[in-house]
Design a protein around this ligand. Sequence first.
Ligand code: FES
Length: 165
Amino acid sequence: MTEKFEPRIVAFFCNWCTYTAADLAGVSRLKYAPNVRVIRVMCSGRVDPQFVLDAFARGADGVLLGGCHPGDCHYAEGNYKTLRRMRMLERMLKGMGIYDGRFRLEWISGAEGDKVRAVVNEITEKVRALGPLDMPGKFKEWDKEIEELEAHINQGGPRKEKLHV
Ligand code: FES
């Protein structure tokens, strides 16, 4: 019997806006998918792209980052910094073959509980449709490939396919 895939989504929410909105959604009894684990940060600008990569590396199937709308950041320009960093990260994720809706950046103010619900539900359904990412499993495959390559090189010479060039 196959188990039904339930996506694991890590969400980094800014304390002043998106986290407040998630709280509002809860108080207002707006139901959203329970697949999200929220990590509260003081500002979206606190989220280093490495945090997103670490979340994927540790088994997240999707990552959501929520911050204040442009112009509303409580630390003046934190979210502009976020925007620049995350655009770069998106290019990197694309290069790694894991940017296809698994990462999402959204501006959600403290009054937008309904938007939290919509965004969480959308990313959950998107990732559910994509299936598991399983980066830890991929690391094992890559390690095995590297070991095989190393063993091959140590047995002497370049790989056969390169000899046909
Ligand atoms: S305080 Fe919310 S994004 Fe900076």
